[in-house]
Design a protein around this ligand. Structure first.
Ligand SMILES: Nc1ncnc2c1ncn2[C@@H]1O[C@H](COP(=O)(O)OP(=O)(O)OP(=O)(O)O)[C@@H](O)[C@H]1O
Ligand SMILES: O=P(O)(O)OC[C@H]1O[C@H](OP(=O)(O)OP(=O)(O)O)[C@H](O)[C@@H]1O
Length: 215
């Protein structure tokens, strides 16, 4: 096992919000991953490198030790049940919430407290099933991989469970939020063996990032 630290994160919003946190900790990516096609990006610190992967693959790389550390949304961590990872820090980036939404026309006469059975399109079947099960509502779940907002517009489902931030995507598609399920942010996750074998380096990274989050 190398003594350096490998950090897994995803392109797009997490990367864009994570870059300033790492920069504040003195770690700068050697290349802009949004410009490069490289999947392993060195940093200006020879002991730190980054893997740039799909958001939902981050827990897999960290669980198996291919990365020591990763950044993943709480939505991804909750959806992939049974992960055996440390989650030492809420980075307060990727802030949004998970919600149930439906067409405004349905919401005008809908009563969520009376729901008995719902047909939901979502990228989050486990979270959705658990949420409605706890409420005693039966679910028919249609798994999608993106653009959930389309499903109720074309009759694929009555409602969706998805992430909401500004609310713009719902609004532009004539949907309204009817229930908030939970707040979401991105978390630092750490491989269990790495936490022992690279304790000093990883604890240093955690406290540097913690200081950035608090500042
Ligand atoms: N609108 C949003 N505002 C803030 N954070 C968000 C928003 N949408 C998603 N996120 C957070 O950012 C993470 C990464 O989202 P992103 O859209 O970059 O990847 P993705 O397309 O969902 O992932 P994958 O490529 O694995 O399907 C999500 O897991 C979530 O925690
Ligand atoms: O409330 P808003 O600010 O409009 O943000 C919400 C949108 O952001 C996410 O999608 P994303 O942009 O990641 O697209 P994708 O999941 O379809 O790839 C989420 O799935 C919503 O569609």
């Amino acid at each position: 096992m190398s003594t350096g630290i490998t950090i897994a994160l995803s392109k797009g919003r997490i990367l864009q919000e994570a870059i300033p946190l790492f920069a504040g900790a003195g770690i700068h990516l050697a290349e802009d991953p949004d410009e490069s096609r490289k999947l392993i990006i060195p940093s200006t610190d020879p002991a730190v490198r980054f893997l740039v992967i799909r958001a939902s693959d981050v827990p897999t790389y960290v669980t198996w030790g291919a990365a020591d550390v990763g950044i993943a949304g709480k939505d991804v961590l909750l959806e992939q049940e049974g992960l055996d990872l440390y989650e030492p820090l809420d980075l307060r980036i990727g802030i949004c919430h998970m919600a149930v939404a439906e067409p405004a026309s349905l919401a005008a006469h809908d009563a969520p407290q009376n729901w008995e059975r719902v047909r939901i399109a979502t990228k989050y079947p486990h979270i959705t099933r658990n949420y409605f099960h706890a409420r005693g509502v039966q679910t028919e779940i249609i798994k999608l991989y993106g653009s959930m907002e389309l499903a109720p517009l074309v009759g694929l489902a009555d409602r969706i469970v998805d992430l909401v931030s500004s609310g713009r995507t719902l609004k532009e598609n004539g949907l309204v939020e009817v229930e908030e399920i939970m707040p979401i942010s991105s978390r630092l996750v750490v491989n269990r063996a790495a936490m022992k074998l690279k304790r000093h380096a990883i604890e240093t990274l955690i406290s540097q990032l913690e200081a950035q989050v608090a500042s």
